[in-house]
Design a protein around this ligand. Structure first.
Ligand SMILES: Cc1cc2nc3c(=O)[nH]c(=O)nc-3n(C[C@H](O)[C@H](O)[C@H](O)COP(=O)(O)O)c2cc1C
Length: 172
């Protein structure tokens, strides 16, 4: 697939059909994710792959987005590791670079998924405390903080792209 087509094919899917995403595809998505750039090459993020449908549903419920999670068969949770970036970059690393690293990793994962014909949805709104508990990282969780989830799966629906601001309105 042409790279421009991958970008155009990546679209938020909120209606999944329950079809399983293969382990091979998940592995390939993770390997593409891993190639994302990061500040000082610190890769100040970690991920947890969840394929247990009950756990996916639990996060959906905590997020108040049950309907959107239903039928998704895999989920990647992205955590920031502020100290990985903070030890070199101080406050800017802890507050900003780790979030940018995780954000880029999540974007790469979504584009990687699109290149394989796997649909995805970025979910930013979820219950952080419940996510930590579910992942077996209660309390401070060793400094990890979950900041994003990518749902993975397939859809039977034709999803329309949401309209963008005009390019001129994105200029400052
Ligand atoms: C930081 C971030 C948080 C998001 N959180 C949610 C979310 O909680 N639920 C949801 O349905 N979509 C969420 N989205 C998806 C956006 O709504 C979506 O990307 C946007 O509407 C543009 O549509 P498109 O992805 O189809 O191009 C999030 C996207 C980003 C980047």
């Amino acid at each position: 697939m042409e790279f421009s087509d991958v970008i155009k094919n990546r679209i938020s899917v909120r209606a999944y059909n329950g079809k399983e995403v293969s382990q091979e595809n998940i592995q390939e998505i993770l390997e593409m994710m891993q190639l994302a750039p990061s500040a000082g090459h610190k890769q100040a993020y970690r991920v947890r792959v969840v394929t247990d449908l009950e756990e996916i549903a639990r996060v959906g419920k905590g997020a108040g987005q049950e309907d959107r999670f239903e039928g998704a068969t895999a989920m990647i949770v992205f955590f920031v590791v502020p100290e990985d970036a903070g030890e070199r970059f101080g406050e800017r690393g802890r507050d900003l670079y780790c979030v940018q690293d995780a954000t880029l990793a999540c974007a790469y994962a979504q584009l990687g998924a699109a290149s394989l014909g796997v649909s995805s949805l970025w979910v930013g709104s979820f219950d952080e405390a419940d996510m930590m508990e579910m992942c077996g990282l209660p309390g401070e969780g060793g400094g990890l903080r979950p900041i994003a989830v990518t749902l993975l799966g397939y859809t039977d629906e034709k999803v329309e792209r949401s309209a963008r601001k005009d390019l001129k309105d994105l200029m400052v």
